[in-house]
Design a binder for this molecule. Structure first.
Ligand SMILES: [Zn+2]
Ligand SMILES: [Zn+2]
Length: 184
């Protein structure tokens, strides 16, 4: 295989989960199960998903390997390799990756949590999972929730914004550091 580049292939025995977009142009493997899952009701997630909320699964960033087929060719790489994904930044600190061919959202990377990758949970191939997936524990950004969707009583944590108050502080600090005022 292509071991002349800085590509680290996980050995198949270490892969515990696979996933990808609808058309199959973007696939990923992970050597770790997600550490947490949450439902985000913010407007950006609602618009990007076309749903009342977007469910994310959080992974250690180094556990993921991406394989993408695009008009620019085949690309295999670790998280830092972005050649095959299309991107959108709803906020300057949050980069959303999606498939430019079928439009499926696949991931969100926040500059304030660089060691973590949030994968769109719907892209996980459940049949590939070795072990047990954690279940979502919280609904976040309910201050922006859809008025047309009645959230059932599911016993999960409910938060107007982030579940950790620390996150807003980290974003503010990041914005100041990168000279971006205003915005969401
Ligand atoms: Zn696709
Ligand atoms: Zn969101």
């Amino acid at each position: 295989m292509a071991d002349s580049h800085d590509i680290k292939f996980p050995s198949p025995g270490n892969v515990v989960l696979r996933g990808g977009c609808r058309c199959g142009n973007i696939t990923y493997t992970s050597t770790s199960l997600p550490t947490s899952m949450s439902h985000c009701h913010c407007l950006a997630c609602r618009q990007a998903s076309g749903s009342p909320f977007q469910t994310f699964a959080s992974f250690p960033i180094d556990s993921l390997t991406w394989t993408t087929h695009t008009s620019r060719g085949l690309s295999i790489g670790n998280t830092s390799d972005e050649s095959g994904l299309s991107f959108y930044e709803a906020n300057p600190w949050a980069r959303r990756g999606f498939c430019g061919n079928c439009g499926s959202p696949v991931r969100l990377h926040s500059a304030t949590s660089p060691r973590e990758m949030c994968i769109v949970a719907g892209s996980i191939d459940e049949g590939s999972v070795k072990g047990e997936l954690v279940k979502p524990t919280e609904h976040i950004f309910l201050e922006e929730q859809a008025g047309w969707f009645d959230l059932p009583e599911d016993g999960l944590g409910r938060f107007e914004r982030f579940s950790e108050g620390e996150s807003d502080r980290k974003i503010k600090a990041w914005m100041e550091e990168h000279g971006r005022g205003g915005g969401e």
